[in-house]
Design a protein around this ligand. Sequence first.
Ligand SMILES: Nc1ncnc2c1ncn2[C@@H]1O[C@H](COP(=O)(O)OP(=O)(O)O)[C@@H](O)[C@H]1O
Ligand SMILES: [Mg+2]
Length: 243
Amino acid sequence: MSLLSVSHLSLTIQDHSILHGVSLSVDEGEIVGLIGPNGSGKTTLFNVLSGFLKPTSGSVHYRGQDITNVSPSKRAKLGIGRVFQNFGIFREMTLEENVLVALEALPKQDRKNLGNLKDVVHGTLDMVGLLSHAKKKAGSLSGGQMRLLEIARTLKSGKTFFLLDEPTAGVSPKMTEQVADLIRQLKIEGKTVVIIEHDLPFISRICDRVIVMDVGRVVLTGKPQEVKKSKELQELYFGAELV
Ligand SMILES: Nc1ncnc2c1ncn2[C@@H]1O[C@H](COP(=O)(O)OP(=O)(O)O)[C@@H](O)[C@H]1O
Ligand SMILES: [Mg+2]
């Protein structure tokens, strides 16, 4: 059974058809890249998967359960985590406090299982090379550092299935490698990830499978090497920066 199964999903907003019959599935432990030109509906699909938008038709199943009409907070409780394209960081709080807030939102038993919270907070910051900034206000970080903090925080939030929307946007090449390492670590831990990304070499390095969208449809899916070589992708991105 797939971890996530999306079936014939369509979304129309004010007569504007944004998703048309999207069907896809993701297995537990898979790292899946979701690519496609700007405006192809990737972020909208994430909004439907995390429950922020209700589809006009179609269904979403998670661990065999129909979650099509389940609220975002209930989906989060089921283990679905989302890193937003815009920062979800509290700028006036220190880095330590930002991580602590995420840990404190965990169910009591999960929090207990983590052990010493201070060690977990420091481990989380260390994971993304931000431990030396622990006492600084998050607002003083660079855009790239903030993104890493946001990712690290989400990854430590006890979730098992992650939706990452362009996690490396505005991040330096060195930090992009750190994000890749974080995702590889998630895979080792048996977690599942769907990642929207424009950087095809990055996607090829970390993903087991790639799904390509265009104008609200899934147009291609396969292993990164196959997708990269495919004629469809060449045509889709003809002249663009991606190939
Ligand atoms: N709330 C909305 N209302 C109307 N149109 C929207 C809304 N959100 C997104 N769109 C449109 O849906 C299409 C897909 O957008 P999006 O999902 O952001 O694409 P991507 O993430 O692939 O770049 C775009 O044409 C966008 O303008
Ligand atoms: Mg987007």
